[in-house]
Design a protein around this ligand. Structure first.
Ligand code: MN
Ligand code: MN
Length: 470
């Protein structure tokens, strides 16, 4: 075989993985960079599930989406939304065929790992006041020590009034912090296993250290005067009394803003790319899709993925199914027939190959940053346990469509065989008898307070979602 023939043979038969730079022109990369400017703003504004949902609801309304009305019939081209308890929502564009040939779905999750406050959080020890916490989602506890943390969330007062807090995001705001031991002492800690060196019960955040002043001059001499001072401040500023913590959802999240990473500014470092990167790209894809789709398209945002998709705002809730049923009823269709003809991209992030931890990845099947949107056939752990494992037929359909639209793409896995793993909402979508596959973005340091993604990949995901929906 001569060299030319060998070249053709290789092009035809070998799978090629390409770096974004070899695939996209400089002008295209510039468009990706610009797209990511607004994504960074979104990340800074939306750190919690409630904040994401408020943001997308307001944005969709400004783009002509109307709240779903169960009494109304809808014509093709109409745009509707339905929110669920402020923590999950669906956005829908009625297609030309309505629900008769099924729907096209993209589902992603709005929650990210974080440090929640316990229902009775405030205490004082040795003249320092702290919050007791219970972490949410899979975290490496040590990563959350000695970080500036912001407090976000909602407190329901006894009179039914909601108080929304966001403290630590403004430059002038105070922040909170979980302390760590200095390296000079506690040498035994350095030789401990990670899981034995840090305890969830010790992830207590410092919130104050001054005593309550009685009359502006003398300090209080009772027990717990530092704690009382915090309660006085909270009461003065937000009308909160201690008991109100019992009816609150308060979350400590990294106070840092999203930043460009690298001299070439090719990446974004931020809290919460998992899974806000898929929320943002799929949402923008729906808003930007410029024609009335054949099939009805639905973009769904669910909560509680990081703790197993439990609860009425999660993917295990029947909220999405009920919504599809409401649409199906209008078309004299049965929801089961609509769902069984529906196709879904479960939009979630994938762990990118990390050369600092090369041993933990199997290179031939890992995703890499700058290699585009990731197609993940299966997740799960220890023998694909707990995975939806997409079919060859559906993968073929999605692969062909991505390639037809000339989008940079790759495949991914969730770490080495026998070495842990995880899951996404795909399996709960699959339970509805919907064809589903995980599609997403490679992330470095997933679940850390600062996760890293590549701008080219973010844009490739946006293009994938947009072309899927239109
Ligand atoms: Mn995720
Ligand atoms: Mn996650």
């Amino acid at each position: 075989m001569n060299n030319t023939r060998l070249g053709k043979f290789k092009t035809k038969l070998l799978r090629r993985i390409r770096h974004g730079n070899d695939f996209m022109s400089s002008s295209k990369i510039k468009i990706a960079d610009e797209f990511c400017q607004d994504y960074k703003k979104f990340l800074n504004e939306c750190k919690t599930e409630r904040e994401v949902i408020s943001f997308v609801l307001a944005f969709a309304k400004s783009k002509g989406f109307e709240e779903f009305n169960p009494e109304k019939t809808y014509e093709s081209g109409e745009k509707i939304f339905l929110a669920n308890r402020g923590k999950s929502a669906v956005f829908c564009v009625i297609g030309k065929n309505k629900t008769k040939r099924g729907t096209k779905l993209i589902v992603s999750h709005v929650d990210s790992p974080r440090i929640d406050l316990k229902p009775n959080p405030l205490y004082e020890m040795n003249n320092v006041s702290l919050f007791k916490t219970h972490y949410y989602g899979g975290i490496k506890k040590y990563q959350w020590l000695t970080l500036p943390l912001a407090l976000h969330g909602r407190i329901m007062l006894a009179n039914g009034k909601a108080v929304d807090l966001k403290i630590g995001e403004d430059e002038e705001d105070p922040v909170f912090c979980i302390t760590d031991l200095l390296p000079h002492i506690g040498k035994d800690m350095l030789t401990k296993k990670l899981a034995e060196a840090f305890f969830g019960e010790n992830l207590n955040a410092i919130v104050g250290s001054r005593k309550l002043s009685i009359d502006g001059e003398t300090s209080c001499q009772e027990k717990d005067c530092v704690r009382l001072n915090i309660l006085e401040i909270l009461n003065r500023k937000y009308s909160i009394v201690e008991e109100d913590f019992l009816s609150a959802e308060l979350e400590l999240v990294p106070a840092a803003k999203a930043r460009d990473v690298g001299f070439d500014r090719s990446m974004i470092g931020s809290y919460g790319h998992d899974d806000k990167v898929c929320v943002y790209t799929s949402f923008m894809a729906l808003l930007d899709a410029d024609c009335v789709p054949e099939k009805t398209t639905i973009v769904g945002f669910v909560d509680k993925e990081e703790i197993g998709s439990e609860g009425n705002t999660s993917m295990k809730s029947r909220f999405l199914e009920y919504f599809v049923e409401d649409l199906a009823d209008r078309d004299n269709m049965k929801v089961r027939h609509v769902l069984s003809k529906s196709k879904c991209l479960s939009a979630d992030v994938n762990p990118a190959f990390d050369s600092n931890f090369a041993n933990y990845f199997e290179q031939k099947n890992s995703s890499f940053i700058n290699n585009g949107v990731v197609l993940t056939k299966y997740t799960g752990s220890l023998g694909k346990n707990g995975s939806s494992d997409a079919s060859a037929e559906f993968l073929s359909e999605i692969r062909t469509f991505i390639q037809k639209n000339n989008i940079l793409w790759q495949t991914g896995e969730l770490g080495r065989v026998d070495d842990g793993g995880g899951g996404t909402v795909a399996k709960y979508v699959a339970n509805l008898n919907v064809d589903v596959v995980d599609v997403g973005i490679p992330v470095l340091s997933m679940h850390a307070p600062m996760e890293v993604v590549s701008k080219i990949d973010v844009y490739s995901a946006y293009l994938t979602f947009k072309n899927f929906l239109q």
